[in-house]
Design a protein around this ligand. Structure first.
Ligand SMILES: [Mg+2]
Length: 315
């Protein structure tokens, strides 16, 4: 972790804004104000980095969620990619594109970002402020690991597990799109996802080899794992852990979950996982020799049409 204090900023409206952000984030931001952040990576560990963008009207709509929730989701979604690698977070860099009408809401967005880094036990290490036509939050996440979970590391015969309960985010999104209010539980799954950072590190330490975070939906992300490993995946519909009020088939296609799908050559200790994290780890299928690159869903031993995950490049 960076122990460096902030470097004092000069005068100007932009820097006044940054000063207010840093005041607001308090202990959850550190080492900002120079031209770049300088970090110590623990000896023997490797730097793990990823970047993710949340854009108004692409990833969320203003009518659906609060500015604080927009900030929370943007940073948590980015941190989730570190979780899927089994990495520990070092901190985040946050770049805002802030249209004029959004400027007065920045403190609320920042409040959500502060909560997200606090919940992930990490820090804001720097960022950028720009104006533009639509609100955008680009979060660069930095982490460290001695070894990582990899998408291409699973093999035929491996066991597949997912963390948490699935389907809530998709149910909330379906309700928003239909002009209905989602149930409070479904809404919270969409607005307050959890980056499974400690869980990812635990899974790596306890024998998992491959992982992906479920941002496109279980079926689509299982297919991404299958493609990376050139192996087939079989998911058992009846075994999916569901949020109350969600059908298994809808859970298959529910994106924005930020739960982890992991593969392990040996069975994982699901009781120990649940005891450690207060959330389930559920066996949902196997990796197979058949149909390489595909994720097949079975129901009562029969192959059924799987759900399709969210694809940014399809209608
Ligand atoms: Mg991901």
């Amino acid at each position: 972790m960076s122990e460096r204090p902030h470097v004092p900023l000069g005068p100007g409206v932009e820097f006044d804004t940054v000063r207010r952000l840093l005041e607001q984030w308090g202990p959850h931001a550190r080492g900002t104000g120079d031209d770049a952040a300088v970090l110590d990576v623990p000896v023997g560990r490797r730097l793990v980095a990823s970047v993710d963008t949340a854009i108004e009207n692409v990833h969320f709509r203003r009518a659906w969620i609060t500015p604080s929730e927009i900030g929370y989701r943007a940073v948590t979604a980015a941190l989730s990619d570190l979780a899927a690698m089994g990495a520990a977070p070092l901190g985040v860099l946050v770049a805002f594109v802030l249209p004029e009408p959004w400027r007065e809401r920045l403190p609320e967005i920042a409040e959500g970002i502060g909560m997200a880094v606090a919940d992930a036990d990490t820090l804001v290490l720097g960022g950028n402020l720009s104006t533009g036509a639509e609100l955008g939050i680009t979060t660069t996440v930095l982490g460290h690991a001695d070894r990582t979970l990899r998408r291409d590391a699973m093999r035929a015969g491996d066991h597949l597990y997912v963390t948490g309960h699935l389907g809530g985010a998709g149910a909330a999104l379906a309700a928003f799109l239909a002009g209905r209010a989602p149930t409070p539980e479904h809404r919270e799954r969409f607005t307050r996802p959890v980056a499974r950072l400690a869980e990812g590190q635990w899974l790596l330490a306890h024998g998992a080899t491959a992982a992906i975070d479920i941002s496109d939906g279980l079926a689509a992300d299982a297919a991404h794992l299958a493609a990376a490993a050139r192996a087939g995946v079989e998911l058992v519909l009846a075994d999916l852990p569901l949020v109350a009020g969600v059908r298994a088939r809808d859970a298959l296609a529910s994106g924005e979950e930020y739960e982890l799908l992991v593969a392990a050559p040996q069975p994982l200790d699901t009781d120990a996982f649940a005891a450690a994290f207060g959330t389930p780890l559920t066996h949902v299928g196997r990796v197979v020799d058949a149909h390489p690159g595909e994720a097949v869903v079975t129901d009562g031993g029969r192959r059924v049409a799987g759900g399709r995950g969210h694809d940014h490049f399809q209608g």
